[in-house]
Design a protein around this ligand. Structure first.
Ligand SMILES: [Zn+2]
Length: 265
């Protein structure tokens, strides 16, 4: 977990000095069970006023406000959108208005904060060495297979950013310890990654333990990111009930952590 530091209610990615990037825990908010306490999503039957207060608190840990927030819709696909000042606030005060169809956001703006919700899916933070561009991606198994990370790198290359100039942080998410998948998911990974697919036969016949951290690392490395510039937190959301919500562990009745990235000047 080099380059990831735990600060009370959040984890901080230290990949690029000038870039503020945090992944929240479930601690430090006001929501009631099963969304206790720092649920950051409006997409579940939690009190909207509680979510607003929780988001305000989480952004304050960055020194930012709701007016700066740009959220993505997150539909488990691989669409990556460039956003800027004119997009904010998008989806900050309700789920309406989030950037439509996007599972990845890229920006050059130092005025806005990129945000997404997570409860096991992999948060991927990106920035170039100089801290002039930043990105935030949502990669569950579908986004990982469809290549949301490869799409983001391709769009950065189009803008003149070389992959070897990037730093990437892979935040807390479900680990290979807890992520059992069926043959259908395993086959999708074999088709996308061949023998690189990080699958281990599970105790349960026809099932596998899938390592989404390694899958995303391998896809990023193949797209040209330097292995020593990919920082994997290696912290499993399903293993730590006191610290994280987990969609898998809690059978869907749970809240969402937040990933936030700001190219703060
Ligand atoms: Zn685990």
């Amino acid at each position: 977990m080099a380059q990831w530091e735990h600060h009370g209610p959040y984890w901080k990615w230290l990949g690029v000095n000038t870039v503020q990037a945090i992944f929240t825990t479930r601690q430090g908010g006001i929501s009631d069970p099963p969304y206790d306490t720092l649920n950051l999503s409006f997409n579940m039957p939690d009190q909207p006023q509680a979510v607003l207060e929780n988001r305000t608190r989480a952004l304050s840990w960055l020194g930012a406000s709701l007016d700066q927030l740009v959220m993505a819709e997150q539909v488990h696909k691989a669409l990556v959108s460039w956003v800027g000042e004119s997009d904010a606030p998008a989806g900050a005060r309700s789920s309406a208005g989030a950037i439509s169809g996007a599972d990845g956001l890229l920006t050059r703006s130092s005025d806005i904060v990129l945000g997404m919700g997570f409860a096991d899916c992999v948060p991927i933070f990106l920035a170039d060495e100089a801290g002039t561009i930043g990105g935030l991606l949502h990669a569950g198994w579908r986004g990982t297979v469809q290549g949301v990370q490869v799409e983001a790198i391709a769009q950065l290359i189009e803008q003149g950013i070389a992959p070897h100039d990037l730093h990437v942080g892979i935040g807390p998410s479900i680990g290979p310890c807890c992520y059992e998948v069926d043959e259908r998911v395993a086959q999708a990974f074999r088709e996308a990654m061949g023998s690189d697919a990080p699958l281990v036969t599970s105790m349960k016949p026809g099932h596998y333990q899938l390592d989404l951290w390694t899958a995303n690392r391998r896809r990023l490395e193949q797209a040209g990111v330097r292995p020593d510039r990919i920082d994997v937190a290696g912290v499993c959301t399903a293993c730590h009930r006191d610290q994280f919500f987990s969609h898998r562990r809690d059978a869907g009745r749970t809240g969402r952590m937040g990933g936030y990235l700001w190219l703060k000047k």
